[in-house]
Unconditional design. Structure first.
Length: 358
C-alpha cells in the first residue's frame, strides 16, 4: 500500500536565494542529544568534515554561531542553535496530528484507485504516544491496511456511532472522576452492541521546568497569579479532564494566569513550558520527559478501544489484538514514560470494563 508522509519544511531567505534547513535542523537535534559533534555526525551518517562544513555554512548565513565547543565538555548549541531546534520541535508537536490526518486521507484516496489493496481498519483516536507507536507496528504488516485519524474523545465516539470507523480509541480517568466519566460514556454505548478492547494506561499530571524552581506540587499552586499556565484546546479529552479536576479542587480556571492560551498536543504543551513561555502545563508524562521537564503525577487514565461486537470477528481486528497483546508491543510501550500495559488485547463488555476500573 502506498504510504504518504507530510512534514513541515523551513526555508530561510536572504538577498540571494531561499535555503532549506531540513538537514541542519536534524543535525542540530543530534548535537543536542549527544553532546558531541563527532557522535552527532556518526548518528546522522555524515563525515566529521561535512558536519563542520554544514554548521559553518549556516553560522555564516545567520552571522551568528550555532554551536560552541568547550574543552572537556563536548559541543553544545548556542542560544540561536537551541532556539532553532526548539522551534522545529514545537512546530512538529503542533502540526503532526493534522498533517498525519491529511496524509491518511490522501493515502485512502490513492488506495481506492489501486488494485490489490489489503483489507484495512478505520481507527479514530485521541492523539497519544501509545497509539502512534501502534501505528508503527501496523505499518509493518504487509497484508493489513490502517486508516488512523486523530481526533478528540467525543469526535471519536461520534464517528463510531455514525459507523465512520470500526475502532474508537478513547481515554477515561481512574479514581474519583471515574464515575462521572463512566456515566457519560455508558449513555453513548449500548452494552449489547459494543465491546471494549484493553490497550494501555497513561499517567497524567503537571509538567514544570526541570528542577521545579517554583515548587509546584499540585493545582493549588496555579491560584498564584505569578505562575503562568498553558492549556489544551477546547474539546480535547485532556482539557475536559483538567476542567473536571479543577472543579474537584474548587478552582475556577478563570483565575489561572494563561488559562486561555492553548496548544493542540501534549508535546506542544511540553515544548511551550520547556522554552519558558509558561511555568506549567497539563499532559502525559511521556511529553514531559521528551522535553526534559519535571512531572507531577495527578491521575492515571485508561486508554482503550471501543467497537461493535461483530468487528471482533474480522481478521484485521484479530491481528491488531495479537499485536497489542504481544511481547514486542509491550516492550515498546515500556519505553514510553508513564505508560503501562495491563490488559492489552483483553475483550470485555462495557459493563464489566467500567465495573473493573471503577
Amino acid at each position: 500500500m502506498v504510504r504518504i508522509n507530510i512534514e513541515p519544511t523551513w526555508h530561510f531567505t536572504n538577498d540571494r536565494s531561499p535555503h532549506s534547513m531540513r538537514v541542519l535542523l536534524s543535525f542540530l537535534s543530534e548535537i543536542q542529544a549527544s553532546g558531541t559533534l563527532a557522535t552527532a555526525a556518526v548518528n546522522a551518517g555524515m563525515s566529521y568534515r561535512h558536519a563542520w562544513n554544514l554548521v559553518d555554512k549556516w553560522s555564516s548565513f545567520f552571522g551568528e554561531p550555532l554551536v560552541e565547543r568547550h574543552r572537556g565538555k563536548g559541543t553544545q548549541l548556542t542560544a540561536l542553535g537551541g532556539k532553532l531546534v526548539w522551534a522545529e520541535q514545537h512546530l512538529k508537536a503542533r502540526l503532526d496530528p493534522q498533517l498525519h490526518n491529511i496524509a491518511q486521507e490522501l493515502e485512502m484516496e490513492l488506495a481506492s484507485l489501486l488494485p490489490r489493496v489489503p483489507p484495512s481498519i478505520r481507527i479514530h483516536a485521541s492523539h497519544g504516544f501509545a497509539i502512534a507507536k501502534l501505528r508503527e507496528f501496523l505499518l509493518l504488516e504487509p497484508d493489513l491496511g490502517v486508516d488512523l485519524r486523530y481526533m478528540t474523545n467525543q469526535a471519536s465516539l461520534d464517528s463510531l456511532m455514525a459507523k465512520e470507523c470500526e475502532l474508537a480509541a478513547i481515554h477515561l480517568p481512574h479514581d474519583a472522576l471515574r464515575r462521572r466519566a463512566a456515566t457519560a460514556f455508558k449513555a453513548w454505548l449500548d452494552p449489547d452492541v459494543f465491546r471494549v478492547i484493553g490497550f494501555v494506561t497513561r499517567d497524567m499530571g503537571l509538567m514544570v521546568k526541570r528542577g521545579n524552581p517554583l515548587a509546584i506540587t499540585g493545582f493549588d499552586a496555579l491560584r498564584d497569579p505569578r505562575i503562568t499556565f498553558v492549556n489544551r484546546d477546547h474539546g480535547s479529552g485532556t482539557r475536559t479532564l483538567l476542567e473536571h479536576l479543577l472543579t474537584q479542587e474548587k478552582i475556577d480556571g478563570r483565575v489561572i494566569t494563561g488559562y486561555q492560551n492553548v496548544e493542540l498536543t501534549h508535546a506542544a504543551v511540553a515544548a511551550h513550558v520547556a522554552r519558558g513561555m509558561a511555568d506549567a502545563g497539563f499532559g502525559v508524562e511521556a511529553a514531559a520527559v521528551q522535553f526534559d521537564l519535571d512531572f507531577i503525577h495527578i491521575v492515571t487514565e485508561d486508554y482503550f478501544f471501543v467497537c461493535r461486537e461483530p468487528v471482533l470477528r474480522s481478521n484485521v481486528t484479530k491481528r491488531l489484538i495479537d499485536i497489542i497483546s504481544g511481547p514486542e508491543y509491550r516492550r515498546a510501550v515500556g519505553t514510553l514514560p508513564g505508560y503501562s500495559v495491563s490488559d492489552a488485547g483483553v475483550v470485555k463488555t462495557v459493563k464489566s470494563f467500567l465495573r473493573s476500573h471503577s
